[in-house]
Design a protein around this ligand. Sequence first.
Ligand code: F3S
Length: 390
Amino acid sequence: MYLTKSEEKAVSGEHGRALELAYRVLLAIGRLSNAEKLIPIKWAHVSGVSYLTIGDYGLDFLRGISKEKNAKFRVFTTVNPCGMDIENWDCLDIPADYAEKQLRIINAYEKLGIASSFTCIPFESYKVPVRGTHVSWAESSAAIYANSILDLRTNRESAVSALASALTGKTVYSELHIDENRKPTIAIKVNLGRVFKGSLDFGILGYFAGKRTKGVVQFRGIPSTNSIDESKALCAALGTVGSTGMFTVGNSSNLETIDFSKKDYEEIFDNISDSETGEAVVFGCPQMTIEELYRLSKAVRGKKFKRKCIVFCSSKIYELAKSRGYAEAIEHSGAVFVRDSCADFTPLISSLNVDSVTTDSVKGAHYMKSVHGVKVALKNVESIVEENTS
Ligand code: F3S
C-alpha cells in the first residue's frame, strides 16, 4: 500500500507511539483489503465507550493511548453512547465501581478530544458534511445510515479502526469508499400484501436482509421517502446481523432478487418476539430522535405508565425535547429518561430485575435477549403506550 513520507515516518514511530499504533492498524487493514492508499476524512465516529463492552482491558488501553505524545484526535470525532447516564447514574442503580470505571473511559476520550456526543445517531445533532464526503464511522447502524441516507462514504468500522482514523485523520481507501463498490449486487422485493409502514416494519425487513444478503442490497416495494425513524430502524436491524454496509431503494434490472413475503415477516417477528407482554418498557435503540420524542409525548399525554418505562436519548436531544415541552410530557407519564447511554449495553437493564421487556426496536430486542437474557415483546409504539398506560 502506498504511504506518503510522513505516513512512513509515523509508522516507524517518529511521531510518537499513539500515531505509530494507529497507522499500523490502518496499514494492516489496508493490506488485508488490497487498498492502494489512505485518504483523509472529515469526521470519525468511535464506538467502544461502554465499560460493559470494553471492560478493564479497553479502559487500560484508552488511558494508555491518551497519555502518549501527540495523542490527539485530528478530525471532528463523535462517540457512541456509554454504559450509563453520566449525570444521573447514582439515581439509577448503577454500581459505584462500574460508574467510576465508566467515567475513566470518558475522561480518556475527552483527553483525546471528543465532541461529547454519546450518541449512536450523530447525524441528528451535528451538521452533516456534503454528499460524497469520506468519514470513518463505527457503530454499524450509523455507518449504514451514513452510506445509504446521507450519501457519505464510510466502511463499517470497528472500535479500533475508527479510533485509528480519529488519531490520524485518515482511513483506508477500500470497499464503500470506492464508487464502483457502492452499486447493489442483490435485491429484496417487499410484498406483504398490505401497506409497508412504520419503524417496526422497517426493522423486521432490515433483520431479514441482514441475514440473507452480503454487500450492497437494493430494496424494492418500499417507499423511497421514509421518515428518519423508519430509516434508522432499517439501518439498525440491518447492521445487527450480517455484514452489509449500505442499501439503496430502487428498481435496477439484472439483480438476483429475494422475495420478502408475509410469511418471512412473521417468521422473523416470531423469532425475535418471544413474549406477549413485558414487565418493563424500553424505548431508544438506536437512541430516540426529536421526532420520536415528539410523537411519544403526544401519545402519553394525560396517561401514566403502569410499568417502569425507560427512554434512551442523548443529552443534546433531551435538552431540545425539554425546550419544546416534550420531555416534561413524557416524564409526567412516569417514564424515566436515561441520557447518553446505550439501551442494551448498560447494567441498568439487568438491574431492573425483570424477566421480560417490551420494546419497539428489533435491534434492541436482539441485544436485550442475548446480553441480558430477558424475553422480549416486540410492538409498535402506539400499541406499547396503549397496553402499558392507564
Ligand atoms: Fe445505539 Fe446501543 Fe442500540 S449504541 S443502536 S442504543 S445497541
